[in-house]
Write a protein that binds this ligand. Structure first.
Ligand code: COA
Length: 435
């Protein structure tokens, strides 16, 4: 048995024992999504239920497991979540007042952690240890390195279903305080419902994407539909925050080969992957995909180095200025900024690049127009009027960058749902916009 296996055995324990080490007032950190450690968190929740700990906080982002600090309101005051980008459960917990939220650009999170935060423990899910004593951090590389630097202890949940990423961050057994094993399939993102409307929007965007472009796709049906509409393209590249199912599809069908990228030629670049088992199988042991920290991957000055950079993201509403809200419905919290603005900036600064914000023209069964004269009071502005580029709905494409308020307003009304165009025109005239 190697010295590393000896160390592994010495550090191997169970979740209850790790939870027993946690003291009231601790701050614990986890990276995003599939990096979370559900078994350790459940053991911690058990202690909180027994009133054995108070005021323990867990920082994480994009919850994809039913993490008890977001799903169990009775833990409030004992075990609370602090989200850096909300998934569905965090969204509910934040809006109901038993979880907190840190606004930030995803790109800034490693720097903010290094500058302003300290963690009593960093917990992460990893692939099994290799013969040199290293654990791959699997599908997520976004701010783990920053959290490791700022954490007093490291607790690992070793999952043999976690892919081993060959070009991504690793932790060595010598750095680790305690280990548990938890063999479980990773959570999957339910397949997006790509309906006729999403396909239409994806088709408009695909027409504006040249062969050889480098793409970023955000979360949701429209980015996925656009991905599917790119299957007939050639020599596409990938530089993206989130690596998605449609990207695996584009690689499999030969549309993506990364051959025309200016940086990281020949490989796809991402900071995390989340989707179906197909993604996890694809990234396992695959030198064709590189996982790098988010402060590098999402840096607009890095993104723009690839020519013809194309970013495609979603939104909840857009006003006549082109101010994009992608994070709240009025004051109701929905999401974080993620990398939207960084990819808007990176794409628009890239030679030949374009940024698309795409959404269906209405919400709530056609009763609400997502194109509005003004953002709803309390709405968060994610992408500013000075950065916005293309806006797309099922009624067409508006190009706002470099255009006047009047031109923007006219173009946006033209791609609003027909049922709302008269009202929007009336509101524009009332505001004195020259249309
Ligand atoms: N007014 C009221 N409700 C609205 C609305 C509006 N203008 N627009 C959407 N909604 C409602 C929908 O009806 C839906 O409600 P439901 O959950 O009850 O069905 C909900 O809000 C979500 O809308 P949907 O259009 O399905 O959103 P989505 O899943 O496509 O996600 C974002 C859209 C903007 C939340 C998502 O893209 C995101 O998180 N963006 C963050 C920023 C970003 O782009 N980051 C880069 C990629 S990570």
């Amino acid at each position: 048995m190697s010295e590393y296996q000896d160390l592994y055995r010495q550090k191997l324990t169970d979740a209850a024992s790790i939870a027993a080490r946690v003291e009231s007032g601790w701050v614990i950190g986890m990276d995003a999504a599939t990096a979370h450690t559900p078994k350790i968190i459940s053991a911690l929740a058990e202690r909180a239920r027994k009133d054995e700990i108070r005021n323990v906080k867990v920082h994480s982002m994009l919850d994809v497991y039913p993490l008890e600090y977001f799903t169990d309101k009775t833990l409030n005051g004992k075990l609370n979540g602090v989200s850096w980008f909300a998934g569905a459960a965090a969204r509910k917990a934040i809006n109901e007042g038993y979880a907190d939220f840190i606004p930030s650009y995803y790109r800034d999170s490693p720097g903010l952690m290094r500058k302003y935060h300290n963690f009593d423990a960093f917990c992460t899910s990893v692939a099994p240890m290799d013969k040199h004593g290293y654990f791959s951090l699997g599908c997520v590389s976004s701010y783990s390195e920053a959290m490791i630097e700022k954490s007093k202890r490291i607790f690992l949940e070793v999952n043999d279903r976690q892919p081993r990423v060959v070009s991504g961050p690793q932790i060595h057994i010598s750095q680790v305080d305690a280990i548990i094993e938890n063999s479980m399939t990773l959570p999957v993102l339910p397949a997006a419902n790509i309906d006729e409307t999403s396909r239409t929007i994806g088709g408009y965007i695909a027409e504006l994407i040249p062969d050889g472009a480098c793409i970023q796709l955000g979360i949701g049906a429209i980015p996925d539909a656009t991905g599917m509409a790119l299957k007939a393209k050639h020599d596409l590249g990938i530089h993206t925050e989130m690596f998605t199912d449609s990207m695996v599809e584009l690689i499999a069908c030969g549309a993506v080969n990364n051959s025309r990228k200016q940086i990281h030629r020949g490989v796809s670049v991402t900071t995390f992957a989340f989707g179906s088992q197909r993604i996890y199988d694809y990234i396992d042991d695959n030198p064709g995909i590189v996982f790098l920290p988010v402060d590098y991957v999402n840096d607009p000055n890095v993104i723009c180095q690839n020519d013809n950079m194309i970013s495609i993201n979603a939104a909840l509403e857009v006003d006549f200025w082109g101010q994009v809200c992608a994070e709240s419905v009025g004051t109701r919290h929905m999401s974080g900024s993620g990398g939207q603005i960084d990819y808007v900036r990176g794409a628009t600064q890239s030679k030949g690049g374009k940024s698309f914000i795409a959404f269906t023209s209405t919400a709530k069964g056609g009763t609400i127009s997502k194109i509005k004269s003004t953002l709803t009071p309390g709405a968060v502005c994610t992408t500013s009027k000075n950065d916005v580029d293309y806006i797309v709905t099922e009624y067409g494409v508006a190009h706002l960058r470099g255009e006047s308020l009047a031109s923007r307003t006219k173009q946006l009304i033209a791609i609003a749902h027909p049922d709302f165009r008269d009202q929007l025109t009336f509101e524009a005239r009332q505001r004195g916009i020259m249309i």
